[in-house]
Ligand binder design. Structure first.
Ligand code: ADP
Ligand code: MG
Length: 466
């Protein structure tokens, strides 16, 4: 790409830089905080990359952003750029929503870029679906990790109200649950534009209930929810301990199923694993089809990277995609973040995308991983979790209460470090590499079948990643 560095990249470098910065914040901040303060922002980068101007909706928000986030934003932009950056804040003109007035736009600036998700509302259908039209089946890469969930979702969008009702999709963060929900809604609306579809995050549902309570508008609330053809409700674990919300959701649930409307839910755990949600609701959640979304395997991560690079107008060589996919394993959101960093880095430094460039661009990320995940660390974490002694990781003892955690630790060592099977065997008290291979295969296969084991592994993986 160096000689062929296209001029457009130089003309408009701001989307990647700003996007990369926002991606970092999305990982750092609680989702609600991110959605409220950071997501609505738009930014411009000056041609010389020295000044970044952020546009904020009003004075109050401007003061808040300055007080709470300006320092972090500057630091992130500087680390991405590799040189000092001046951060300026300006108020957006109301009517345009994003675009600043001419007067406030120095002529040296590029066009502003908005970050807000494209919430596309069908013109023919005045019903607000809150769907993001950018999330569809076409750009959701398929792999073993999401095959079941994707197939069920396709089926539901093709004939809602029939099989798999409700559809309950669960899995860890950043694995594509929200994407899949939007895909269902978008497909249904494309096929049947008159359908009443609503995508809502569980927290928003809670706040709708609270509002209905305060304003005594439960009739409207009920009418609204009970009239849907498809209700997509995201992250239902947020219903925990919210009794009134659970009751209203239960009512909506029964009403919708009775009229053969479809309900799709997501959660970070399987229904019976949900804490502080009424049993009658939990058993309803489980009464249709429950499917898991798993962390994507290596080849799927590679495919996702290559696809996303193309959709960003770049190309990522396969060997680079493999390098990144081997090092960024946790979830797709992380993978996207890594990709954005690499693209931004390549554009600003006007260098071709190579393994070396990826290594430089992801320096921070890689060093954190290398520091945290060692076989010793895995052994200790797993031993703590299953309440056995670390020494039992190397011992020859064979009771299942010890052998199994040991196999789990071997499996994690293979999944989360770059060590070879013989090296891992060595670190587990000089065991043969076939013993390690057996453990890796066994736990890997059982993980697909046994929900509880899968959950435990998720917890261990998250703990190890810190
Ligand atoms: P979750 O809701 O499970 O936390 P999201 O649906 O928000 O995860 O996914 C995180 C990001 O990863 C989104 O940008 C999404 O588009 C992307 N993503 C997830 N899975 C895939 C996939 N299989 N193919 C392409 N993009 C994906
Ligand atoms: Mg989500």
């Amino acid at each position: 790409m160096t000689e062929g560095m296209t001029p457009e990249f130089q003309a408009d470098p701001s989307p990647s830089l700003w996007q990369a910065c926002v991606d970092d914040l999305a990982r750092e901040l609680p989702e609600q905080q991110f959605n409220t303060w950071i997501k609505p922002l738009s930014a411009q980068v000056s041609k010389d990359h020295q000044t970044v101007t952020i546009y904020v909706g009003n004075r109050f928000k401007l003061d808040w952003i300055r007080a709470q986030y300006a320092g972090r934003l500057t630091a992130l932009l500087e680390s991405l750029q590799g040189h000092p950056v001046k951060l300026e804040l300006a108020i957006t003109q109301r009517e345009s929503g994003i675009r600043p007035t001419k007067a406030s736009t120095p002529s040296s600036m590029d066009m502003p870029v908005t970050l807000a998700a494209v919430a596309d509302e069908s013109v023919a259908n005045p019903f607000r679906s809150r769907l993001n039209s950018a999330l569809n089946f076409d750009n959701l890469v398929e792999g073993t990790a999401n095959r079941m969930a994707r197939a069920a979702a396709m089926h539901v969008s093709g004939s809602p109200g029939h099989l798999y009702n409700p559809l309950f999709i669960y899995g860890g963060v950043g694995l594509g649950k929200t994407h899949l929900m939007h895909a269902i809604g978008n497909k249904l609306l494309a096929d049947r534009p008159e359908s009443k579809v609503l995508y809502i995050h569980a927290e928003q549902f809670v706040s709708d209930v609270v509002k209905a309570y305060q304003r005594k508008t439960f009739d409207e609330f009920k009418h609204h929810y009970h009239s849907l053809d498809l209700l997509l409700i995201d992250d239902v674990q947020f219903f925990a301990n919210k009794d009134r919300t659970q009751e209203e959701f239960f009512n909506a649930f029964e009403a919708l199923l009775a009229k053969k409307s479809h309900i799709v839910m997501t959660s970070d755990t399987y229904p019976k694993g949900l804490a502080d949600i009424h049993e009658r609701l939990v058993s309803r959640f489980d009464s249709g089809l429950t499917v898991a979304m798993e962390p994507p395997e290596l080849e799927m991560r590679v495919a996702i990277l290559i696809n996303k690079a193309i959709s960003e107008g770049s190309e990522m060589p396969e060997e680079v995609a493999f390098f990144v996919a081997k090092n960024v394993r946790s979830n797709v959101r992380e993978l996207e973040g890594a990709l954005r960093k690499i693209l931004a880095y390549s554009r600003f430094n006007q260098k071709e995308i190579s393994i070396q460039l990826a290594r430089d661009a992801l320096r921070d990320l890689l060093s954190i991983q290398n520091r945290q995940i060692s076989v010793e660390n895995i052994q200790k974490t797993v031993a703590d979790y299953y309440k056995i002694k670390v020494a039992d990781m190397y011992s020859k003892k064979r009771p299942a209460s010890i052998a199994r955690p040991r196999q789990i630790a071997m499996y994690l060592a293979k999944e989360m470090t770059q060590k070879s099977l013989p090296e891992i065997g060595e670190l587990f008290g000089g065991r043969d590499h076939t013993t390690v291979l057996h453990a890796v295969r066994k736990i890997g296969a059982e993980r697909q079948q046994m929900t509880e084991l899968n959950q435990q592994l998720h917890v261990l993986e998250q703990t190890l990643k810190g």
